[in-house]
Design a protein. Sequence first.
Length: 152
Amino acid sequence: MNILGVDIGFSGALSFYDGSELLIYDMPIYEVKKGNALDIRQLSQIIKTNKPESCYLERAMLMPSNGKSSYQKLGISQGAFEGILCALDIPYTIVAPAVWKSRLDCPKDKSAARMRASQLLPAHSHNWDLKKHDGRAEASLIALYGYNHLRK
């Protein structure tokens, strides 16, 4: 069973987990004049190539402190994922951060999430050694959550 877990933000990641192997991709983005944009074509190729049986997609959570461009980027990202998953006929579940974090006893803090991922997936902890790779850890935890959820 190959499950895709997604930390939806532009600094997020995609993680494919089958119960033992973990394959991680940083969110495919490219630079534009004023920031970054999601590379939807590359995103589609990554998902198509890895053929997940199901996807657990983190619900885009907007914070009041985020600017308008953050709202727009999260909306584009969420829509792109849902469109690609539907087009590829991959079932998906949108899961709130509070739900998967609660089930995996994962703190809200990004560094603590990296530590929790290292506890639950120790063989793969080299993937999130750096602080900037918290999206990789969270995507992997979401994939683990999805894998456990489907096994029940």
